[in-house]
Design a protein around this ligand. Structure first.
Ligand SMILES: Nc1ncnc2c1ncn2[C@@H]1O[C@H](COP(=O)(O)OP(=O)(O)OP(=O)(O)O)[C@@H](O)[C@H]1O
Ligand SMILES: [Mg+2]
Length: 436
C-alpha cells in the first residue's frame, strides 16, 4: 500500500483552471475562491475527500489553497470541470416554475451521484426546497447500505455522503436483484415524504444496474409509478437508448446528457470496502440487545408468525430426518424446521419429509443460518430507525439477539434482510429473501 504522507502544502492556482482531487485528501482555501459541484468555497472553507472518491474543482478567482494529498497523482489538472450539458440542465431545471421530480439514470460509474449532487446544489441556491433520494442500495451517498435514503438539503455540499439522511427505507440487501418490489416501494414512500414536507424539487439518484431483464423491470416500473417530470439519462455511447425507447413519456421529458471525462471508476473490491466503511459507521456504538418475538413484528420472514409444532409432529419429523429439531413453526402453506448443528440434512430424508407434508413448502435450516443476518429496525409508526445484525435466535425463549446502535425501547418491528454482515461491516454473503 502507498505510504500516506498527508503533510499540508500550499499551492497557487489561476482563475479559470480546473483540477481534480483524489481522496483521501483535503483542501482548504487560504485566499481567492474555488467551486466544486456548484458550491462556492471561500477563505477558511474546505472539504475532506474520502478514499476511492475524486472531486472536480473550478478556480473562480486566483487562489492559494492548502492541500493535503497522499501523492503527486492525487492532484490532476483537467480540461473539463463538468460537462457543458450538465450546466445547461441545471439552468433549465432552475427555471421550472412548478414542483418537479427528476430521475437520474446511468450505467455504473457514469457520474449519476455527482450530477444529482450538482443539481441539488444549484437548485438549493436558487431558493428551491430540494430533496435527494439515494435509491442505490449498494454505493450509498445517503443512508446505510441495503436501504434507500432521503435527505432534504439544508446547505449546499459537494459531498453528500457525510450528511445524515432524514428518512430511509430498508430494502434488505446491497443489491436490488430479487428485491425489485421493495426498491420501487421505497422510492415511492420517500418521494411522498419529501412532497408532504413541501419539497419543490425531488432528485432521485438510481443504481447503475441498467442491463438485463430485472434491471429494466426496476427502472420501467419505478418510472411508470412515479411519472417524474424529468428523466435524465447520462450516456457515453447511447447505452440507455433501448431502455429509453420503451418508456411512455407523455408526462416525462427525457433529457440526455454526457458522462464526465474524468469519472473515477471503482473496482468491485473498492465498492465492497466503501460499503464496509458505511456499515461500520451505522453500527458504531452498537450493543447486543434481546427482543422477544412475541412483542415485536417480524417482516420479510415467516419467523414468529406461525403456529407451534406439537410434540407428536416433532417426533415424527425427527424420525424421518434422523436428527434433532430445536425449533419449528407451522403455517397453512409452509413448514419451518431448525435442526441442531450435528443433525444431517440430506436430500433423501428431505424428500421423505416433503411427501409427509405434501401441501406445504418446506424449509429445513440450522441455527447458523440465523447468524449475522442484516436487519432493518422500525419504530411503531413503521419508519426505519436503523440497521441491526441478527446474531442469533434463542429458539427456546423465542428471542432475537440483535447487534445495533438503536435504542431497544424504540424498536417495534424487525425486517429480515437478504444478506449477512458482521459487526466489522464485512459482508458474509447473500441468503436470498424470505430464507426463513
Ligand atoms: N467531472 C468529474 N471530475 C472528476 N471526478 C468526477 C467527475 N464526475 C464524477 N467524478 C468522480 O467519479 C466517481 C464516480 O462518480 P459517481 O459516484 O457520480 O458515479 P455513479 O454513476 O454515481 O457511480 P455508481 O454507479 O457507483 O453509483 C466519484 O468519485 C466522483 O466524485
Ligand atoms: Mg452513484
Amino acid at each position: 500500500m502507498e505510504k500516506r504522507s498527508m503533510h499540508p502544502q500550499l499551492r497557487k492556482f489561476k482563475a479559470g483552471e480546473s483540477f481534480i482531487l483524489e481522496g483521501p485528501s483535503s483542501i482548504r482555501v487560504v485566499s481567492g475562491e474555488v467551486n466544486s459541484l456548484g458550491v462556492k468555497m471561500l477563505p477558511g472553507q474546505g472539504i475532506v475527500i474520502p478514499e476511492f472518491k475524486s472531486l472536480p474543482f473550478l478556480v473562480e478567482k486566483d487562489c492559494e489553497l492548502e492541500l493535503r494529498v497522499t501523492g503527486e497523482s492525487s492532484l490532476k489538472f483537467s480540461e473539463e470541470y463538468l460537462p457543458k450539458d450538465w450546466v445547461e440542465l441545471s439552468e433549465k431545471l432552475a427555471s421550472v416554475d412548478r414542483r418537479f421530480t427528476v430521475v437520474v439514470l446511468g450505467d455504473l460509474d457514469s457520474g449519476k451521484s455527482t450530477l444529482t449532487t450538482f443539481l441539488a446544489n444549484v437548485l438549493l441556491q436558487r431558493g428551491l426546497k430540494v430533496a435527494v433520494i439515494d435509491a442505490d442500495t449498494g454505493q450509498k451517498d445517503l443512508g446505510a447500505p441495503g436501504t434507500i435514503g432521503m435527505k432534504i438539503l439544508d446547505k449546499p455540499t459537494p459531498i453528500l455522503s457525510g450528511c445524515p439522511e432524514d428518512s430511509a427505507f430498508f430494502v434488505g440487501s446491497t443489491s436490488p436483484a430479487g428485491l425489485i418490489d421493495r426498491s420501487i416501494a421505497g422510492v415511492l414512500v420517500l418521494v411522498n415524504k419529501a412532497l408532504k414536507a413541501g419539497v419543490e424539487a425531488v432528485l432521485i439518484d438510481t443504481t447503475g444496474w441498467v442491463y438485463g431483464r430485472e434491471a429494466r423491470e426496476l427502472k420501467t416500473v419505478m418510472i411508470n409509478a412515479l411519472t417524474p417530470e424529468f428523466i435524465v439519462a447520462i450516456q457515453r455511447r447511447g447505452e440507455l437508448e433501448s431502455l429509453l425507447r420503451s418508456l411512455v413519456t407523455t408526462s416525462s421529458e427525457i433529457i440526455r446528457v454526457s458522462a464526465p471525462k474524468n469519472v473515477r471508476a471503482r473496482s468491485r473490491s473498492e465498492r465492497k470496502a466503501i460499503r464496509s466503511r458505511v456499515f461500520r459507521k451505522y453500527l458504531k456504538g452498537g450493543k447486543r440487545i434481546t427482543l422477544s418475538m412475541r412483542d415485536i413484528a417480524i417482516q420479510y420472514s415467516f419467523l414468529g408468525s406461525g403456529g407451534e409444532l406439537d410434540g407428536e409432529k416433532v417426533d415424527l419429523f425427527q424420525r424421518i430426518l434422523g436428527g434433532t429439531i430445536i425449533y419449528g413453526e407451522e403455517f397453512e402453506d409452509f413448514l419451518l424446521l431448525v435442526l441442531d448443528e450435528r443433525s444431517p440434512i440430506d436430500t433423501s430424508t428431505l424428500f421423505k419429509l416433503r411427501e409427509t407434508v405434501a401441501n406445504k413448502a418446506l424449509r429445513v435450516l440450522r441455527r447458523s443460518d440465523f447468524k449475522n443476518v442484516l436487519c432493518g429496525l422500525l419504530d411503531k409508526e413503521g419508519c426505519f430507525i436503523g440497521l441491526g445484525i441478527l446474531e442469533d435466535v434463542d429458539f427456546k425463549l423465542r428471542k432475537l439477539n440483535i447487534y445495533t446502535s438503536v435504542e431497544e425501547r424504540k424498536i417495534a418491528a424487525v425486517q429480515i434482510g437478504s444478506m449477512k454482515v458482521n459487526r466489522e461491516g464485512m459482508e458474509e454473503g447473500w441468503i436470498g429473501s424470505w430464507r426463513f
